[in-house]
Design a protein around this ligand. Sequence first.
Ligand code: SAM
Length: 259
Amino acid sequence: MEQHESRIEIALKEDNNTVDFGHTRVKQGEKSGLVREVFSEVSETYDLFNDIASLGFHRIWKKYTIWLLNLRSGETLLDVASGSGDLAIKATELVKPAGTVVMCDINDRMLEHGRNRCLDEGRLIPLVKANAESLPFMDDSFDKLSIGFGLRNITEKKRALKEFKRVLRPGGKAIILEFSQMSEDNPIKKVYDWYSYSILPKLGELTAGKSGPYSYLVESIREYPGPNQISELLKSVGFSSVRFQPLFPGGVTVHQVTK
Ligand code: SAM
């Protein structure tokens, strides 16, 4: 047993080798395939859905994430679980002309969508298909790392966080933007729950013609550990300066850490 096994590590350990897939328990080895199916099904309409479902807020959260990264010209950024590339595309402007942004995702369809977006906007961003739990990059190779709305979909979160630390250079910074459960005393929690469970799957039906993947997205937020637990996990893999901040209106949290 590792020296600093924390409560969250124990909680994330699989009971009977099962993990959460939304509110359902599935075999550990099955989750990434199921997550892949979800994102393959929604890839075409992913951006439209984000705009409608978040009422445009996701753009503000992502802008803020990029601001927190404090990117400088010439720096290198790895955007993990990059999807259609919202964070990566914004970041390229800041690191040019000599810097590099790399988009990395496990899902071909999401990457394909991201690549088409880059081509449409006249940008060349390297894309790498990879599982965040096993990144195909050398140690200490990036100045910064970002992951937007990706961590909750990853089966072995601690393994992925260790990989983030490994590929970052000493002193490098990582930002994790992710949904989080609203606290019980949040005045909009009841409306948010109703919106999540009743409206979002219907919006999915309208935009992508199916509600199943959107039920998973909603449920996966409820199963995701809280910000304190994620902070504990980040510390357990050796990150320093671990801090987090809830973002308006409270269902999203941004974690900042340094290697
Ligand atoms: N970062 C983008 C954004 O903020 O719009 C996309 C977020 S999307 C909700 C989550 C992405 O995580 C999907 O593109 C999915 O394919 C990717 N993903 C899920 N599991 C992953 C894994 N184990 N490794 C890498 N990417 C993963």
